[in-house]
Design a protein around this ligand. Structure first.
Ligand SMILES: [Fe+2]
Length: 150
């Protein structure tokens, strides 16, 4: 849809940057899904991930105090076995990272990373556009066995 052309261009550029940053060989990819989220007052989004994709992302259209974060959760269940009390939550002793977003923020993250959205405590809805990205020809060009490749 022409209305989404600017957003798709921005997503394409961001995904190219992420793929280059993590040193993945440049390969064609496509957006496999893209949808709008309207999170009304009092609503939340439970922890989930996005199977069968390499990357996922969110573009934020309308955020405000009380609904301007996304939570990324440690995917390793073993880390919950010993959780001593802490004096202050830091990146080194927590099992989640809370990222603050604002209107126009575009996040791209690995699709297997569990994430959630806390309860919207604002009277206005939070509006965002989510998307998934997968390599176009993964099954034919990128999923060969790792042995025997020099
Ligand atoms: Fe999600």
């Amino acid at each position: 849809m022409p209305e989404f052309a600017a957003l798709i261009t921005r997503i394409d550029a961001a995904v190219h940057n992420v793929v280059a940053f993590i040193k993945i060989a440049d390969a064609p990819f496509r957006i496999t899904g893209c949808w709008v989220n309207v999170l009304g007052p009092g609503a939340a989004h439970a922890t989930h991930s996005h199977p069968n994709n390499f990357l996922s992302g969110v573009y934020y259209l309308q955020t405000q105090a009380g609904t301007d974060t996304i939570n990324f959760h440690d995917p390793r269940p073993q880390t919950a076995i010993i959780r001593p009390p802490v004096t202050e939550l830091t990146a080194y002793n927590t099992d989640q990272a809370v990222v603050t977003v604002s209107d126009g923020t575009l996040l791209v993250f690995t699709a297997w990373l569990p994430h959630s959205v806390s309860v919207n405590t604002n009277a206005r809805s939070r509006i965002s556009v989510s998307f998934n990205v997968m390599f176009t020809a993964y099954d034919t060009t990128m999923s060969l066995p790792l042995w025997g490749q020099d």
